[in-house]
Write a protein that binds this ligand. Structure first.
Ligand code: TNX
Length: 547
């Protein structure tokens, strides 16, 4: 009898614990969280109040108000009051003065008597608003009024701030072009997951996607390829082409618009201009930039590593600096990504000019020449007050003095860079390449190969244990990459990115320590209801397995 009672008690507490737990489907999960008792109920008289002590409160409050008005049908408007007058059951945004939030954090307390938000920065208020949305029914993410207007939030107490300052996603728009409307949706989703960096891969062998006024042929010629290889790439696979032209580029006006759009969502854009490799589209437009100017370079139609690369002549440096000047005028962020990856040295080996340059500059070999190119470009970018990021090949032949390294060929490059006291973004292929298969390849659309299910993404620890505490400080954060060789449309991008990017967002945000995949999966299941309201083509089947 006694045993039955205990069992009964145990099961009820467990069920209760689970029931309450499921109410807090916050993703990424807050740094410090405690559940409270009761609920804050939204009514026809609920208001969002700002104290006016910080103009940034209004933007976050408006965002919340407009989404609530649209979806809940309740007239929840924004008003400014002095905190003393903020009585009654309201949602109050106030300035935090105790220094506990930091540049991106916030405090949030929900009780049956009211909601209180505090932050120190515009970003902090914005992220608090994102969390508030996640405490409400999934319908708040919709575009129309929900069927039920019986809305409330479970009580809780949150002190939240991110683990890493850099939480990014990269989208390759070169292999397949993605329209501005979709780029904006991509940015919305980043912001929803408290990611703060959009790495926009804008130039590559198969397409140049950014308008450069001084070099119009980059887009008239370099943005179009006559056909595309379909099917798996490699010597063992049949080489089939679709016979259809592919193209597209962003005008500078469009880019300015996207940059503004991202800034309003606290997302910084890191533009990438690839050099000295992955430059075939530019050579097709301006053959004089290659080592064989008489060659008939054409925009790439197949994938992989291409031997035609920029020749490091003075003409090429002038070109690259002109392109970077226009790029920096469009993107106000600190970082400019200069690529640096996968630059075969065959053309440089054959070029008398390059061999002479190696001698003249006292360089060891072609790797030294690559390092010379990156250092010179870094000097130029630094002179404009910006910093460069490059893929980990920029370590070869010696790192440029102020460069940040993006570690993609495993984690070794990141470790080495951190030891050299260079900042690092971790994005190793095995955990962060969301162009790989996320389930059994025989049941999935064609992808690049490799297997990366959401569980494996979630298991990634970005700070290598072999670094000392001081070296660990150089790990700026983590990024997921979507290369689009096999991904042709926005819907396909969504399928590859979600839900895996949710796991990356949580890794970048949550404090260090063990993570619980079951807990994440339970929250994710509810998170998918939000994706349904947004109209996102996430990989559903993979999650049903666990439902
Ligand atoms: C390597 S990752 C590349 C890309 C490809 C990708 C495919 C990196 C810096 N370079 O050009 O798209 O592999 O996964």
């Amino acid at each position: 009898m006694f045993r039955t009672l205990i069992l009964l008690l145990l099961t009820t507490t467990l069920t209760f614990a689970q029931a309450t737990e499921n109410e807090y489907n916050i993703i990424p999960f807050p740094a410090r969280f405690s559940a409270g008792a009761g609920r804050f109920v939204l009514t026809g008289t609920t208001k969002i109040l700002t104290t006016g002590k910080d103009p940034a409160q209004a933007a976050a409050a408006q965002l919340l108000s407009s989404q609530l008005k649209l979806t809940s049908g309740l007239p929840i408007s924004v008003a400014t009051v002095t905190p003393a007058l903020a009585k009654g059951k309201q949602i109050l945004f106030d300035k935090h003065t105790a220094g506990r939030c930091g540049p991106e954090g916030y405090l949030l307390r929900v009780t049956p008597d009211g909601v209180r938000v505090e932050a120190e920065t515009p970003k902090g208020y914005f992220y608090a608003a994102q969390t508030l949305m996640q405490l409400l029914p999934a319908d708040v993410y919709g575009t129309t009024r929900a069927a039920s207007t019986n809305w409330s939030m479970p009580a809780c107490d949150i002190l939240d701030r991110p683990r890493y300052a850099y939480r990014g996603l990269m989208l390759d728009v070169c292999r397949h072009f993605m329209p501005v409307t979709f780029v904006k949706k991509f940015i919305d989703l980043l912001a929803m997951h408290k990611m703060n960096t959009f790495h926009w891969h804008l130039t590559d062998d198969q397409g140049w996607r950014i308008e450069i006024k001084k070099y119009p042929k980059l887009t008239t010629v370099g943005s179009v390829r006559k056909e595309t290889l379909i099917g798996q790439y490699g010597e063992y696979y049949p080489q089939r082409f679709d016979g259809k032209p592919h193209g597209g580029f962003y005008t500078q006006e469009q880019i300015k618009d996207v940059v503004r759009y991202a800034a309003a969502r606290h997302v910084t854009i890191v533009p990438e201009i690839e050099m000295p490799g992955h430059g075939l589209a530019a050579l097709a437009a301006y053959p004089e930039l290659g080592c064989e100017p008489a060659k008939n370079y054409t925009v790439g139609t197949r994938w992989g590593i291409i031997r035609d690369v920029f020749c490091p002549t003075e003409k090429t440096f002038t070109f690259l600096q002109d392109v970077l000047t226009e790029t920096m005028a469009l993107f106000p962020g600190k970082y400019i990504h200069i690529g640096g990856d996968e630059c075969p040295k065959d053309a440089w080996k054959k070029s008398a000019f390059c061999q002479e340059l190696i001698k003249k500059q006292n360089l060891k070999d072609e790797n030294g020449l690559q390092s010379y190119v990156i250092r010179r470009i870094e000097k130029f970018v630094n002179s404009k007050g910006r910093a460069i990021i490059g893929w980990d090949e920029i370590l070869e032949g010696g790192l440029a003095p102020n460069a940040t390294v993006m570690s993609w060929r495993g984690v070794q490059g990141g470790i080495e860079a951190a030891k050299q006291k260079h900042t690092v973004v971790m994005t190793p292929g095995a955990f962060c390449y969301i162009d790989k298969y996320q389930a059994d390849p025989t049941t999935e659309p064609l992808a690049i190969g490799g297997y990366l299910p959401v569980e494996k993404v979630y298991s990634y620890e970005p700070t290598p244990a072999e670094l000392t505490a001081d070296e660990q400080k150089y790990i700026l954060g983590v990024q997921g990459n979507l290369w689009t060789e096999y991904i042709q449309t926005p819907t396909d991008v969504e399928y590859m990115v979600y839900p895996r990017a949710v796991a990356l967002a949580e890794i970048g945000w949550m404090p260090a320590g063990p993570r619980n995949f079951e807990d994440f999966a339970a929250r994710l299941k509810n998170h998918l209801k939000r994706f349904d309201r947004i109209g996102l083509n996430y990989a559903k089947r993979l999650l049903d397995v666990r439902a």
